[in-house]
Design a binder for this molecule. Sequence first.
Ligand SMILES: C[S@@+](CC[C@H](N)C(=O)[O-])C[C@H]1O[C@@H](n2cnc3c(N)ncnc32)[C@H](O)[C@@H]1O
Length: 252
Amino acid sequence: MLRAVSGSVADSWSGASYERLAETFAPIHARVVAALAIEPGMRVLDAACGTGGVALRMARAGADVVGIDISADQLAKARLAAEAEALAIRLDEGDCQDLPYADAEFDAVASAFGAIFAFDQVRTAAELARVCRSGGRLAMTAWPQDAWSELHAKAGRTFPHDVDAREWSKEGHVRSLLGGTFDLELHTGSWRLEAASGDALWELVSSSMPPLRAWLAEQDDEARAHAERVYREFLEPGVLEREYVLILGTRR
Ligand SMILES: C[S@@+](CC[C@H](N)C(=O)[O-])C[C@H]1O[C@@H](n2cnc3c(N)ncnc32)[C@H](O)[C@@H]1O
């Protein structure tokens, strides 16, 4: 029988080896940071920072960085990574839909494949705008609807909410969310995940994509076997390639 993930949102983003996947986002993280033109002393936010891929880069560039994430597990890994490089990053446990920061507190706001997962998109967009100062910059990334995202339904995967993160890849939707507060530009890019074999890629994907891992763990044997067959067949070539959307904004 198919079941949606029943734990909390934070639980569904915890317990996986997400840092392995995050390594493969390094070029995207670098692009986000470059787009924000980070300079020493800027006060910047990495919203839904995960294991800190963007936050660490901004700190290395000399910024005064705050990262926030709903998962304590992800934050613990970000903290270790920051400590290993002696980077002073403030890491807060919290929700992008209700940021615990003052109006206009940040010179730049980043969110790589992060804030898109918050359920209330209108509220999340309003929070990102609220904490960014006038003239400040925003850089976010989002996944579109593609062969990979459509595979979840074929695998029988269900989601515990109705809001679709892929909406953040659609220009009209992004403009309706952020166009009132930011001057916007949308760009695209590509991401490629490659492993030595289809089996190795499935091992990586099923252990390092937190919501997929959490969902698989909750399925009975029959449902899990069906999902594995569907995902493995798709990943058989040992390569997963996706386009992504980069949303850039300047706060009015
Ligand atoms: C795909 S990961 C991206 C992490 C990081 N930004 C990166 O690029 O590696 C998504 C992150 O969003 C976080 N997240 C999901 N919903 C959230 C919310 N409502 N508020 C804050 N963080 C959230 C998850 O815990 C997870 O760390």
